[in-house]
Design a protein around this ligand. Structure first.
Ligand code: DWN
Length: 394
C-alpha cells in the first residue's frame, strides 16, 4: 500500500541548530512514500515529537511580515464569516494568530514551552501541551465544546492523524468549523520544492488525501483557499457532515479535479517527481560550483528547515555556501544542522561582502526582494532551486 518513491538521504533534525558543529550529529533516513489507497504522501521514519518540538524550539512564525499579514487577515475573516464564541488554535507558536482575538475568546495549544510562554505572558490562555484525545477530553470538561478550531502548519507534523481528527471532532460543536492550512502537495510537486520534506513534515496534504482522511471522523471539506504562503499552501474549511446549513463550495470539487489532472492520485507522478529532484540537485550543485570557480562568494539567506534538507541532500558545506543570515535570535551564531555552515545575524551590512545569496527562505522571495532592493541594484544576485535551479537575474 505504501510505495517508496524518493530517498532524500540521511538528515539531521531540521530545527536542531547547535552552537558547535557536530560532525557525528544523529541523522535519520528521509524516505518518501505514497499510499496508493488513501493517496497520502508521507515520510517513513517517525521521530518522537518530544525530540523535535523541544522547549527551545527556534522557529517563530512572527519573523516575517508576510505571515503576520496572512494571520491578521484570517482573523478578520473568521470574525466576520463565522462569528465564533470560542476559538482554539492547535500549534499556536508565538501567538501570531491568537493575539488578533479577544483574550476571553481564544485558547492556544503549543507544545514548545519557550513559544507557549510568549503568549501566556501576553495574557492569552495557552496550554503547553501536545494535541491529543486526552487533552481534548480535559478541555471539554473545562471549557465545553469549541465553535472554531484552527491549525496552521501543525497537523502535518503529528504522526497519529486518526487521533488528531478524532480529538477535533470530539471537541467541536455540532455546527462548529475546523480550518486547517498546510503546504500544498500539488504546489510542491509542480515546483519540485522537495525541501518541503524534512523530519518534522511527516505528511504533505492534498485535498484528495485530506477528504479521504477526515471522512471517518464525520467531517467534510466545504471550502478551499489556495494561498501563496510557504510556497503555496491550502486552507481547508471543514464541517461536520450532519451540519447541512453550510453548502459545499464548487472550489472543493475543482481542487480535487485539478489534483487528479496533475496525477496526485497516481504513483507514477511521484516517480517522475523523484527524477526531477535528482536533476534539480545536480543543476543546483553545478551553479554553486561554477560561481565558486570564479572566486565569487555565496551566502545563504534564511536558515530554514527547508534549507537543511537541501544542504544535507546535496551535500553542500561551507566550501560552497560560507554562512547563512537569519533574523531569528534563537538561530544566530549556531550551525546549520548537519553542516559546518554558521548562521550569522541578519543586517544589510552582513550581505555586502557577498556576490550571491542562496534563497533558503525562497517562500518569502517577494518580501526579501523588496527589502534587498538596494543591494540587488548594486551587485547581489539571488540563487534559487524553485521551480528550477537558477540565478535570478533582475
Ligand atoms: O512547518 C514549519 C514551517 C511553517 O516553519 C516548521 N516545521 C518549520 C518552519 O519551516 P522553515 O524554517 O522552512 O520556515 P520559514 O518560514 O520558511 O522560515 C523562514 C526563515 O527565514 C526564518 O528563520 C526567518 C528567516 N527570515 C529571515 O532571516 N529574513 C525570513 C525572512 C522573511 C527574512 O526577511
Amino acid at each position: 500500500m505504501n510505495k517508496f518513491f524518493l530517498n532524500l538521504g540521511k538528515q539531521p533534525l531540521a530545527n536542531n541548530y547547535s552552537r558547535f558543529y557536530k560532525k557525528n550529529q544523529n541523522k535519520y533516513n528521509l524516505k518518501l512514500f505514497f499510499n496508493t489507497k488513501n493517496k497520502m504522501v508521507s515520510i517513513s521514519k517517525r521521530i518522537p515529537s518530544e525530540k523535535m518540538f523541544t522547549n527551545n524550539y527556534p522557529y517563530r512564525s512572527s519573523m516575517s511580515k508576510t505571515m503576520k499579514t496572512s494571520f491578521y487577515e484570517l482573523s478578520i475573516e473568521i470574525k466576520k464569516r463565522f462569528k465564533p464564541k470560542s476559538i482554539l488554535e492547535i500549534g499556536s507558536n508565538d501567538g501570531i494568530l491568537v493575539t488578533n482575538f479577544n483574550k476571553k475568546d481564544v485558547i492556544g495549544i503549543e507544545p514548545c514551552n519557550n513559544l507557549a510562554k510568549i503568549t501566556s505572558k501576553k495574557g492569552y490562555l495557552t496550554y503547553n501541551k501536545y494535541w491529543n484525545y486526552e487533552l481534548a477530553k480535559n478541555l471539554k470538561k473545562k471549557h465545553g465544546e469549541i465553535n472554531l478550531i484552527y491549525s496552521a502548519n501543525t497537523l502535518t507534523h503529528i504522526s497519529n492523524l486518526n487521533d488528531v481528527f478524532k480529538s477535533i471532532s470530539f471537541l467541536l460543536t455540532q455546527k462548529g468549523i475546523l480550518i486547517i492550512e498546510d503546504p500544498s502537495l500539488l504546489e510542491c510537486i509542480k515546483k519540485v520544492s522537495y525541501d518541503q520534506f524534512y523530519n518534522e513534515h511527516i505528511y504533505l496534504f492534498s485535498a484528495i488525501s485530506v477528504s479521504n482522511l477526515i471522512k471517518k471522523f464525520n467531517l467534510e471539506i466545504f471550502d478551499i483557499k489556495n494561498l501563496k504562503t510557504h510556497g503555496g499552501s491550502i486552507r481547508y474549511y471543514i464541517k461536520k457532515v450532519e451540519n447541512r446549513d453550510i453548502k459545499i463550495s464548487n472550489k472543493v470539487k475543482k481542487q480535487i479535479e485539478n489534483e487528479k489532472k496533475f496525477g496526485l492520485h497516481k504513483l507514477v507522478t511521484y516517480k517522475q517527481f523523484a527524477k526531477k529532484v535528482k536533476l534539480s540537485k545536480k543543476n543546483l550543485l553545478n551553479i554553486l560550483k561554477k560561481i565558486k570557480s570564479k572566486n565569487k562568494s555565496i551566502i545563504g539567506y534564511g536558515a530554514t528547515a527547508k534549507a537543511v534538507t537541501i544542504l544535507n541532500y546535496c551535500n553542500i558545506n561551507k566550501s560552497l555556501i560560507k554562512n547563512f543570515v537569519d533574523t531569528t535570535p534563537e538561530k544566530i551564531n549556531k550551525f546549520m544542522p548537519g553542516k559546518n555552515i554558521k548562521i550569522i545575524k541578519y543586517t544589510q551590512n552582513s550581505l555586502l561582502k557577498y556576490d550571491y545569496a542562496f534563497l533558503g527562505a525562497w517562500n518569502f522571495k517577494k518580501e526579501i526582494f523588496k527589502k534587498e532592493k538596494k543591494l540587488i541594484k548594486k551587485k547581489l544576485r539571488f540563487i534559487t532551486h524553485v521551480p528550477w535551479p537558477r540565478i535570478i537575474r533582475k
